[in-house]
Design a protein around this ligand. Structure first.
Ligand SMILES: *Cc1c(COP(=O)(O)O)cnc(C)c1O
Length: 403
């Protein structure tokens, strides 16, 4: 890319040379030979599902997070659904969620015939605002389901206070936050239940997969029943006892994670500490570089917390630029940088508007933020050159559109 400099005035969107030829995605898995060998071994074994790898993965995951119990399921969405099902939501019961989260967070409430009640976010961190949570509580509220957006923990001191005061559950969508901590308490040990995802862009992957952590063995037992059709024993437990007898005690699901996937998860988990370090290293490089790029500001850091950096999100000060976010995004893509948007405001999706009557103007902080955010590429296998390319492209595009 030697000629990038020569043409630095022309952005690729307007015919200039791009910073790089190949698109750098915003996130990507890391798979090595050890992962592949672990999966191969299970494929040659007796148990492809409900086997020993499931228990092993759960044990190691619980240990990695510091939780008493971990229950493996086949997606982060299934983890959220099981958590909501485990609090025995009655139709019409309300669960408070953020508008700035993936659709699955609120969908999990709707699966159980509950009503997601949105509460607006803090403008600097885009984490659910405890004051707005408190204001959203009604006699039908059964839980707060807080998303640790981008990988930063919510204000759990306040959320716990509110949950206790109103005798409701505190649940976490921790799909961004494996490895995060709040006042040195790891995410996964703070809420009554925490849901994690093992989608390829998340911290560790099993292809598709998820986990729920909890401190309560009773809750874990209930979650294991829910993931297996509502049946009290699984195939292997019956096999070990030499019995065919089983009972279905509640309406559950087939949310089981296979042994093939658990073996991959176990192998991935070993690398989590080094991957977290790498994510933080890339983030701190971006933090330093963006200080010199006015109008492009990273989200504020939550004090006394450890960031897991699933996402590196910047907010564009659109008054500084002659471009909107969508043009900024297209310009970065043209430079070879696969920036992304997490997320369009959830309450403004047609489904939620139609079914729950949500509308523009209801959550102004979220709605404004959703027009200005971009997630920059961040994953452990990024090279130093990739990092430099991101910074170069952001600077080039910002300088070009600066008023
Ligand atoms: C990834 C994600 C989910 C869903 O996880 P899947 O494993 O894709 O089902 C839910 N909530 C948030 C915030 C996520 O990022």
């Amino acid at each position: 890319m030697q000629s990038a400099k020569k043409h630095s005035s022309a952005i690729a969107l307007e015919g200039g040379l791009p910073v790089r030829g190949e698109i750098l995605p915003y996130g990507r898995q890391s798979i090595d030979d050890e992962d592949i060998e672990a999966v191969n071994k299970v494929l040659r074994s007796d148990w492809l599902t409900t086997g020993p790898m499931v228990h092993e993965f759960e044990k190691l995951f619980a240990k990695a997070v510091g939780a008493e119990e971990a229950v493996a399921v086949n997606s982060g969405t299934a983890a959220l659904h099981c958590a909501v099902a485990a609090i025995d939501l009655e139709p019409g019961d309300e669960v408070i969620v953020s508008p700035i989260t993936f659709a699955a967070t609120a969908n999990a409430v709707v699966y159980q015939h509950g009503v997601p009640k949105f509460a607006d976010v803090d403008p600097k961190t885009l984490l659910i605002d405890p004051n707005k949570v408190e204001a959203a509580i009604t006699p039908r509220t059964r839980a707060i389901l807080a998303t640790d957006y981008a990988g930063q923990p919510c204000n759990y001191d306040r959320l716990r206070q509110i949950a206790n005061k109103h005798h409701i559950s505190l649940l976490t969508d921790g799909c961004h936050a494996l490895g995060a901590a709040y006042h040195s308490q790891p995410v996964g040990t703070i809420a009554d239940m925490t849901a994690f995802s093992f989608h390829p862009v998340k911290h560790v992957t099993t292809g598709e997969g998820g986990m729920i952590t909890t401190h309560s063995p009773d809750v874990a037992k209930r979650l294991r029943i829910l993931r297996n059709h509502g049946i009290t024993t699984d195939h292997r437990a019956r096999e070990l006892k030499g019995t065919y007898h089983y009972e279905m005690v509640t309406l559950g699901f087939n949310y089981r994670l296979t042994d093939i996937q658990c073996a991959l998860g176990i192998s991935q988990l070993k690398k989590l500490p080094s991957w977290l370090c790498r994510r933080r290293e890339i983030a701190s490089h971006y933090d330093r570089a963006l200080k010199d790029i006015p109008g492009v500001t990273p989200l504020a850091h939550v004090p006394h917390s450890t960031h897991a950096y699933h996402l590196y999100v910047v907010q564009l000060d659109l008054s500084s630029f002659s471009a909107d976010r969508s043009t900024f995004h297209a310009a970065l893509r043209a430079e070879g940088i696969g920036a992304n948007v997490h997320y369009p405001a959830l309450h403004l999706h047609p489904y939620y508007r139609d079914k729950f009557g949500t509308h523009p103007g209801q959550f102004p902080v979220s709605e404004k933020a959703c027009e200005t955010i971009l997630s920059l590429p961040l994953f452990p296998l990024m090279t130093k050159q990739d990092e430099e390319d991101v910074v170069t492209a952001v600077r080039k595009v910002a300088d070009h559109f600066r008023r």
